[in-house]
Design a protein. Structure first.
Lengths: 291, 397
């Protein structure tokens, strides 16, 4: 098979678009795991919830995309705070498995309710003005919206990384996970911090959901299809590593994109093959630290 | 004491045997289909509802006993479908296995039904292998198959000048069969296939595959996929402007897909369907009843579910037994005529009836809710399905 340079370039770009979704979703997972030690299986469902909220706002209240880009993460964030306060906080002392099962249960619940209302074929969402045209790059025609997805997620990813790694709040957060008692002794309200962290993590998922709404048909299943890959991304990047999640997300999006050209049948499995190899060579993930 | 125990044991045994005999004569239908994933709007729980409507319209009873319907979700996994069918036949006394969407699961269940000698109806799965290479004396393939879809849409598109094709093919039994059957029709008509890409089932992003299609410079983008995959392909094709250089031919498109995408995204899409709710007064009448219960118009698969159930129940009453061989004999010798279709079941298990080449209306042409399709041409059943000369089924020689 001969593949031309323009074809490769366009696949690289498309890979980056998909990688942006992986990055922003795995980032949320990494933040939550890093600070709460919870494997948040509900991440995919909350991503989908963000997209469905965007659709509902447009269809029932005529609230546009740009408003929802802020509102949907806020609403889902508050929902996340409720989940943390009412459910998750009771199981921190238990094994990781309990958090995983609890959030998996939540996923089934959220998906089931929305499926019985909307079915699975999905809801169409038009690309918002002024991004609904395409730019001819010479080697391909790129819809402007897809370019926006890459820019928006890179900005959000970088801001999150900066917040956690470079600011005072971030320092408290990281210290709180290492030694909560000591940090509390300094007068920091650790439980509140943890609650807000979970809310922030799932708000990131909702943000990705809003970004995805005009690209993928909005359906109760959209999170399910993505979340398993995103988990693999987190494992490859290293559980709890912020920068690792971002770089691995983008990188795997690109690798997956190329696989779609060279051997499309394997495009849904290539990420898992890489996961197995990484686990064999570096069990803590590419960017993770051995504990 | 000992005799008492023995007599209790004997009584229990007698009861079990009696129950066993009874179970054999009681009509039990088991629907095994995709209830939760990408095909569940095509059939799913509303397919079960259509079957129940047929049971109720039949009077709720057959051979003097209440008819029972069970349903299960096969999650698009062939092993789950086969083991569920086996379990229900062995432990619940299932008399008819009703297989739904997804060809991989359909072929697996056909094998179980043949081994256990149970009547097996399928709607929704399209692979023509069900009545060709893998045909069985117990299979009735009811709604459509890949051959009819290929001959319908493939031939029409080539006739309109679409000579070069590129396929987006769902990477499992159904997609492969649809691509192969359509390729055959295209070549017979003098067209060529310049390329194909096999996409994983339930892929979330089709843009990469679509760019490959665009680079192939083919005139026609052939979608050999279904349900959620078709929806996401059409959506991405629109977004990337593929529709400006290529014309899309959906080889298996359902009313639920069009409803979900909207006419703006689908107008002009040519495809082949076994049935449409707005064909005539009979179809409208039944569809109105269905709509009252579900708030959705039925897909052709859901209408076929009703019709197939009626066909089976009538055959059981006429044969006065649930015995699979006798029921199948009855089904094959009785012509079928209802709001869904008119025709008969052939020796290979294929229900041969007319199909319709349809086109999606422009938004301005749609006068009422769910008014989506116009019939371009009626395709006679004896022309669109596998012919005797083409068939490799040993039962039809």
């Amino acid at each position: 098979m001969s593949i031309s340079m323009p074809a490769l370039l366009s696949q690289l770009l498309l890979g980056l678009v998909n990688g942006s979704f992986y990055a922003i979703l795995s980032l949320g997972l990494a933040v939550i795991f890093g600070l709460l030690n919870v494997i948040n299986f509900a991440h995919g469902a909350l991503f989908m919830f963000g997209a469905v909220l965007t659709w509902m706002a447009m269809n029932y209240f005529e609230v546009n995309y740009w408003v929802m880009l802020v509102m949907a993460p806020l609403i889902v964030g508050v929902f996340g705070v409720l989940i943390e306060r009412l459910l998750l906080r009771w199981i921190y002392k238990l094994d990781h498995l309990y958090g995983l099962l609890l959030t998996l249960g939540l996923t089934l619940l959220i998906e089931g309710v929305l499926r019985s209302i909307y079915g699975v074929s999905g809801l169409a969402y038009d690309t918002p003005e002024p991004l609904n045209s395409a730019t001819n790059l010479g080697f391909m025609v790129l819809p402007n919206y897809r370019a926006w997805v890459v820019v928006a997620s890179l900005v959000v990813c970088f801001a999150t990384w900066f917040l956690i790694e470079k600011t005072r709040i971030g320092a408290y957060l990281r210290a709180g996970t290492e030694n909560p008692r000591l940090v509390e002794a300094f007068g920091v309200n650790v439980p509140l911090m943890i609650t807000l962290t979970y809310g922030f993590g799932v708000a990131l998922a909702a943000f990705a959901g809003v970004l995805a709404a005009p690209v993928i048909q909005i359906s109760p299943l959209m999170g399910q299809n993505l979340i398993i890959v995103v988990f693999a991304v987190v494992v490859i990047g290293g559980m709890g590593s912020i920068l690792g999640a971002i770089l691995t997300g983008l990188g795997l999006g690109v690798i997956e994109g190329f696989t779609k050209v060279f051997y499309p049948e394997a495009s849904s499995t290539v990420v898992f093959v890489i996961m197995v190899i990484v686990l064999l060579i570096r069990p803590a993930g590419l960017f993770g630290k051995e504990k | 004491m000992k005799t008492r125990l023995t007599s209790v044991a004997l009584a229990a045994l007698a009861l079990t045997l009696a129950a066993g005999v009874q179970a054999q004569e009681k009509v039990k239908i088991g629907l095994i289909t995709d209830m939760s994933s990408l095909y569940s709007d095509v059939e799913g729980k509303n397919g079960a509802l259509a079957i129940q409507m047929a049971i109720d319209d039949f009077g709720g009873k057959a051979l003097g006993q209440p008819i029972e319907l069970m349903s299960a979700d096969h999650q698009n996994k062939a092993d789950i479908a086969a083991s569920k069918a086996r379990e229900w036949i062995d432990t619940a006394g299932l008399t008819m296995v009703f297989g739904g969407t997804n060809s991989g699961t359909a072929l697996a269940m056909a094998k179980v039904a043949q081994e256990k000698k149970r009547v097996y109806f399928n709607n929704g799965a399209a692979s023509s292998a069900l009545t060709n290479e893998q045909c069985s004396p117990y299979t009735v393939h009811y709604a459509y198959d890949t051959v009819a879809l290929a001959k319908g849409t493939g031939a029409a598109v080539v006739d309109q000048g679409g000579k070069t094709w590129f396929f987006l093919t769902a990477d499992y039994a159904f997609g492969h069969a649809l691509e192969a059957d359509t390729t055959k029709v295209i070549k017979e008509k003098g067209g060529t296939v310049v390329g194909a890409v096999r996409t994983p089932l339930n892929a979330s992003d089709f843009s990469s595959f679509l760019l490959q299609a665009q680079n192939s410079k083919a005139q026609i983008l052939g979608l050999a996929n279904a349900g959620g995959d078709t929806i996401n392909s059409i959506k991405a094709a629109k977004e990337f402007g593929i529709d400006k250089t290529m014309k899309t031919a959906g080889l298996l498109v359902f009313l639920s897909d069009i409803h979900s995408l909207g006419l703006k995204n689908t107008e002009g899409l040519l495809h082949t369907t076994s049935w449409y709710w707005d064909l005539n007064d009979d179809t409208r009448k039944w569809s109105a009843r269905f709509f009252d219960k579900t708030k959705r118009m039925p897909t052709d698969v859901q209408a076929a579910d009703y019709s197939a159930t009626m066909t089976y129940l009538k055959a059981v009453e006429a044969a006065k037994t649930t015995d699979a061989d006798k029921v199948m004999e009855q089904i094959r010798k009785t012509p079928i005529s209802d709001f869904y279709a008119k025709g008969s079941v052939r020796a290979d298990g294929r229900f041969v009836h007319d199909m319709y080449l349809v086109e999606v209306k422009k938004p301005a042409e749609s006068k009422k809710p769910w008014d989506y399709l116009k019939v371009v041409k009626t395709l006679p059943g004896d022309q669109v399905y596998t012919t005797k000369a083409e068939s490799k089924c040993a039962l039809w020689k």
